[in-house]
Design a protein around this ligand. Structure first.
Ligand code: FDA
Length: 503
């Protein structure tokens, strides 16, 4: 088989992959990015690149015949999910025994489907999670760099108070305040200037038209418009799409050999390609990178990988509850899909929770307050390699999710008591379920910084092999993670380009 050779290869084009690609390209190093998803730049028959959450079609999900939205039901009716055709859609839900993980698929990874919240953790918590990282340098250099590159901006507080799109957030803020809880504004990569023009009716609606988890057609500064556009602009970076890296080996001369499956739009593997490179950067996300390295260690391809590869995985404490408001506490029929407020109870050391006030954009008044709670759940799990199925199994248990539920319930019981309100029991499938505890948006860990790698993401046991994505974060960061992932990747690339690639 012919082998394509590049000085550097980056696996995955999410945050970690995009930062690596740009900085390598700027350093004059010819770089190939391998991404299993497609490039989202071509309009479908309806003239739109992405479909809306309200009318999902085959573009919504990664090779499914039915959508699997986080909210399965409304009034116990299965009105949310739809039959769709199999296609390399933008959102995947990866199922393990007791936990499923949502991830973005496509050029831009999670940036294509996420809520855009760009939050830095508290420095003290960052320091606990990353004892080998200089916290002061992170907050002085790498967090600001990540914010500026990602195009982070904030909602104008006066407009926030007056616009119908954030009625839901104001209602949830009031309920929290009644319980003595503080809310805080959260920066975002969605262009709030664009959102204001949406509200004014002068541009095509996106955040105000229910678009988010299946992609935004306008307004959101996704990685393909920021880091990756700049990376391509260096002239040194190429992105191959619909190519899924299956295995990594090392040849006798120390270069890395990769085998990738080519996927066609129907999901069939239509061929295999071999690549080789001197420098290999893994940005396939917490699941993707961990699976590749675990596979490499357990099959003997990279036997010197550390025992810690596959451990330290967590859900960032994610759990999603809904509350029923009183009839006079409306949330509005035109919710913006972009969250801008969080209930901040992280100072409660016995029960730390940061709860994103989440939209539920159904296009009608439903009186529901929805939240994505990020609890300080200390539980972690490991992946094991299952030889029979040649796949990774995740050891996360339902009992470990119950810890997140207890912590979130602690907070939301207080809010319900102070407001004489109750949970919504009809949103998450089985009757009586008030907390969606079987999925996470924030998979973290598996190849933890300072354990499976050195303090800069250099993988232990091998040279010129790096991890730059969410697998470096030990299971929890206390807030939404992509800003931290981006900043850590910037830090790694600064060090690696200074020390490892100079000839
Ligand atoms: P990421 O998952 O972004 O990228 C990995 C890429 O690698 C993907 O494109 C994938 O297709 C590709 N890949 C994987 N395996 C591969 C293989 N073997 N071969 C080739 N390619 C491969 N965070 C936040 O901070 N604020 C927020 O508001 C939200 N909201 C949110 C909503 C939803 C619905 C989701 C699903 C997630 C969020 N997140 C979030 C989480 C955030 O999106 C996530 O933490 C980052 O995207 C993770 O970045 P990484 O670089 O680790 O991987």
């Amino acid at each position: 088989d012919a082998v394509d050779t590049a000085p550097a290869i980056v696996v995955g084009s999410g945050y970690g992959g995009a930062v690596a690609a740009l900085r390598l390209g700027q350093a004059g190093i010819r770089t190939l990015v391998l991404e299993m998803g497609r490039l989202w730049n071509t309009p479908g028959p309806d003239g739109q690149v992405f479909c809306s959450t309200r009318a999902p079609d085959r573009r919504s999900m990664w090779f499914r015949t039915r959508t699997e939205a986080p909210l399965a039901a409304f009034l116990w009716l299965d009105v949310v999910n739809r039959a769709i055709g199999r296609y390399p859609g933008v959102l995947d839900r990866v199922h393990f025994d007791a936990m499923s993980v949502y991830v973005g698929r496509g050029v831009g990874g999670g940036s294509l489907v996420n809520g855009g919240m760009a939050v830095a953790p508290q420095p003290a918590y960052f320091g606990v999670q990353f004892p080998t990282v200089d916290t002061a340098e992170m907050y002085a250099t790498y967090f600001p760099r990540a914010r500026s590159m990602l195009g982070v901006n904030t909602v104008d507080p006066a407009w926030f108070e007056s616009t119908d799109g954030y009625r839901f957030a104001r209602t949830s803020r009031k309920a929290a305040a009644n319980a003595g809880l503080r809310t805080t504004f959260v920066p975002n990569v969605y262009d709030f200037g664009y959102m204001r023009r949406e509200a004014a009716g002068t541009v095509t609606r996106s955040a105000l038209a229910g678009e988010v988890i299946y992609g935004n057609n306008h307004g959101k500064r996704t990685l393909d418009k920021t880091y990756l556009a700049s990376a391509l602009g260096t002239g040194n970076v190429t992105i191959n799409t619909l190519e899924r890296v299956r295995e990594i080996r090392r040849s006798a001369d120390g270069s890395y050999l990769l085998a990738a499956d080519r996927i066609d739009p129907a999901g069939a593997v239509v061929g295999s390609r071999q690549y080789s490179c001197t420098y290999l950067f893994l940005g396939a996300g917490s699941l993707g990178t961990t699976e590749l390295l675990l596979h490499a260690r357990e099959t003997g391809a990279l036997p010197a990988l550390d025992e810690s590869v596959g451990t330290g995985w967590g859900t960032n404490g994610n759990v999603m509850p809904g509350r029923a408001n009183h009839l006079w506490d409306t949330v509005g029929a035109d919710e913006s899909t972009i969250p801008v407020l969080g209930i901040d109870d992280r100072a409660n050391t016995a029960n730390p929770v940061f709860a994103e006030i989440a939209p539920l954009p159904m296009g009608l008044e439903h009186w529901i307050s929805l939240y994505l709670a990020i609890t300080g759940n200390p539980e972690r799990a490991s992946f094991t390699y299952d030889r029979a199925t040649d796949s990774a199994r995740l050891g996360w248990s339902a009992a470990q999710s119950a810890v997140s539920v207890r912590m979130a319930k602690n907070l939301f019981d207080r809010i319900n008591a102070a407001n004489a309100t109750i949970y919504r029991y009809d949103l998450f499938g089985s009757a009586g379920k008030a907390f969606a505890d079987d999925f996470t948006y924030h998979p973290l860990g598996g190849c933890v910084l300072g354990r499976s790698t050195d303090a800069y993401g250099r993988v232990k046991g091998y040279s010129r092999l790096y991890v730059t994505d969410g697998s470096l974060v030990p299971g929890s960061i206390g807030v939404n993670p992509f800003l931290t992932i981006t900043a850590l990747a910037e830090r790694t690339m600064t060090r690696v380009l200074a020390e490892d690639t100079a000839s």
